[in-house]
Write a protein of this length. Sequence first.
Length: 99
Amino acid sequence: MRMMLKVQMDVDAGNRAIKDGSLAATVERAIEELKPEATYFIADGGKRTALMFFDLERPSGIPAVAEPFFISLGASVELTPAMNADDLREGLGAVAGAP
């Protein structure tokens, strides 16, 4: 299932992670392992935030996705199911035919 991963770091923790190199290393490792179809880096609510859209094969994969960000960066992590336009069309088509 396509998921949106939102990783948000406390400002002080993010500053330390940049200085010690763990921010770049953790992000690079996640990109390599998750192979996201899109990745964005933004400031959200004044905090460094990464958004990655990737395919999660099984729910049992959630700890492997989230724990590196918790452990290395002290980040908050959110995983949300996400659809692209084709998924939405398919879903709406199924709903339109339902009683």
